[in-house]
Ligand binder design. Sequence first.
Ligand code: NGQ
Ligand code: ZN
Length: 462
Amino acid sequence: MSGGHLFATDALLPVGWSRNVLLGWNAVGTLTTVRTDAVPPPNAQIASGPLIPGMPNLHSHAFQRAFAGLSEYRTAAAQDSFWSWRTLMYRFAARLDPAQMEAIATWLYTEMLEAGYTSVCEFHYVHHQGDGQPYADSATLSLALLQAAQATGMGLTLLPVLYQSSGFGGQPANEGQRRFLHTTDAMLRLLETLRPVCEAQGARLGLAPHSLRAVPQDTLCEALAGLDAICPGAPVHIHIAEQTKEVDDCLAWSGQRPVAWLMNHMPVNRRWCLVHATHMDDDECWRAAASGAVAGLCPSTEANLGDGLFDFPRWRNHGGAWGIGSDSHACVNAAEDLMVLEYGQRLRTRIRNIGATPQQLHTATALMLGALQGGAQAAGRAIGGLAEGQQADFAMLDARQLALAGLPPETMLDVHVFASHRNNTISEVWTAGQRRVANSRHTLHDTAAASFIEARSQLLND
Ligand code: NGQ
Ligand code: ZN
């Protein structure tokens, strides 16, 4: 493989929209040239529409794509909630096999790429066979995800999840959680096994202590020390304060709210991603923001599961980093999740254009650049946008689409996010300097879709 070039009349660089941009990348897909006000070299490929940076998806449980939409009915629970959803989701997860995992993830990554996500952080917790016994190769399900990423050209940060208890204070795990469990030693052995495989395909390895509910304090300390011996500085992601019940249970156990407990007991810094962090008080908010940790917002899943609303203006006023994830995959579209984020805040505050900043007055542009920066940090990979040294991950808006035609690029992006129905407004997507999506279709679209449908049917009918 050799490098390549692309010339775009309009491209969204970290500083904002720029004109006549020449991109050049090397054989491994790293940008070596990003020149503005350039003249297209002879024979240069010319982009047919404005270029936007590829969006990192900072939170995914890939297998849940096949479960999305299958819990939108009333159950016997007095009131359906996150917790009744989780019971159904566990039932679904109990039957998953490695081939199904790979088929679901391959289709999911195909959809993500078509919708402008170019990398994903897999918060991967279904590790073992249905009865809780490890597979002969304990990395089997991790390898299925690595394979799906490799096949589709999706950038990957693999975060094997450490899970040991069902509630604060080390309550024993329940039956639905038996596929998730590891001793700390077994988890560190898994990380050691995965490290060379990740390195070989340019994936980043990290660790995800599932939550303060699932990981006792001693384990958390030991696992972080073990991680640093294997991959120093690797990303650490944790679900935190996603539901008010978690806040209440944490208070009952420790007298502290979850984010406060974490800040008091763990060395939280820029390598951490606090997934959801929905329920914080003012003190927790400024401390977490000041730590440099990324808030991992999953607007469509948080809405779907009834978590509550993150106070986005407060977080940004404290200079907090943030990014977006599609989590349970009820929605797999970077633009749509940015829209849901903005709309939640508008509904809460009765103010428009919350996402815009003094530097970027156009809301979609500001949201995209913010989510890109935090997402790249959370992923721990060089995927921070169209700048030299970063990976050549980008998407092309389809300037021929009726919704976009004839508009200036910053308005095209606003329309793409807020007013396009987001169908076919992205024509091409490239990762590591290679085109994966052309004419709004991933090259694997049809085969991946067929395998996904078969896997889901098996899971529902067996
Ligand atoms: C998950 N889901 O890991 O799938 C969680 C629910 C739990 C989201 N946070 C499970 N969306 O927290 O125990
Ligand atoms: Zn999650």
